[in-house]
Design a protein around this ligand. Structure first.
Ligand SMILES: CC(C)(COP(=O)(O)OP(=O)(O)OC[C@H]1O[C@@H](n2cnc3c(N)ncnc32)[C@H](O)[C@@H]1OP(=O)(O)O)[C@@H](O)C(=O)NCCC(=O)NCCS
Length: 154
C-alpha cells in the first residue's frame, strides 16, 4: 500500500469511492462537497498499484486545531488496516504542522444506524474520546457526536 498527499488531484476517483458507500455518503450535496474538498484541503490517499483504496481530508479550524473532514475506505477493503494507515499518516503530518487537537464529527449513538456504530468503533480505536453531542447541528434527525484526540510526540 502506498500513501500519497497532502496534495491530491484525484477528485473523480474519490467521488467513485464515496459513491461505493451510500449508507454513509447518501446525501448528494454533502458528497459533492467532500469530493471538492479533496482538491482544496490537505488530503492523503491510499493506493494499491493505481487503485485508490481510501482517502482522508483534513481541515484546520484554529491554529493547532484540526478536524478529520472526511475519511473513507472502499467497502471491498474494510477491516484491512487501510483506515488506520491513513489516519497514522495524517497524524504524522499534523504533528509536523504543530497540531495539538484533532476532532471528528459523526452520527451519535442515539441514531440507530448500525453502519455509524462501526464508524464510532473505528474512531475510538484510533484514540478519540467522545466530547459532546449536538442534537441539531446537522438537522433534527441527525444527532452529531464530536470526538477529540490530543496529538503529541510519543
Ligand atoms: C471507518 C473506516 C474509514 C475505517 O477504515 P478501515 O480500513 O475499515 O479500518 P481498519 O481496518 O484500518 O481498522 C482500524 C482499527 O479500527 C478497528 N475497528 C474498525 N471497525 C471497528 C468497529 N466497528 N469496532 C471497533 N473497532 C473497529 C479495527 O479493529 C482496527 O483496530 P486495530 O488496528 O487496532 O486492529 C471505513 O470502515 C469506512 O470507510 N467506513 C465508511 C465511511 C465512514 O464511516 N467514514 C467516516 C464518516 S464520519
Amino acid at each position: 500500500m502506498n500513501i500519497v498527499g497532502p496534495e491530491l488531484d484525484a477528485a473523480d476517483e474519490c467521488e467513485q469511492l464515496l459513491r461505493s458507500l451510500p449508507r454513509w455518503f447518501g446525501i448528494e450535496s454533502a458528497l459533492l462537497e467532500y469530493v471538492k474538498a479533496t482538491r482544496t484541503l490537505p488530503t492523503f490517499a491510499a493506493y494499491e498499484l493505481d487503485l485508490i483504496l481510501g482517502f482522508i481530508s483534513l481541515k484546520e479550524h484554529c491554529p493547532g486545531a484540526w478536524e478529520v473532514s472526511c475519511i473513507a475506505v472502499h467497502p471491498d477493503n474494510h477491516g484491512q488496516g487501510v483506515g488506520r494507515r491513513l489516519h497514522e499518516q495524517a497524524e504524522i503530518w499534523l504533528l509536523n504542522q504543530g497540531t495539538h487537537f484533532l476532532q471528528v464529527k459523526t452520527l451519535a449513538a442515539s441514531h440507530p444506524s448500525p453502519e455509524y456504530a462501526r464508524t464510532r468503533g473505528f474512531y475510538e480505536r484510533m484514540g478519540y474520546h467522545p466530547l459532546e453531542v449536538f442534537i441539531d447541528l446537522w438537522g433534527s434527525r441527525l444527532p452529531v457526536l464530536q470526538l477529540i484526540k490530543c496529538i503529541h510526540h510519543s
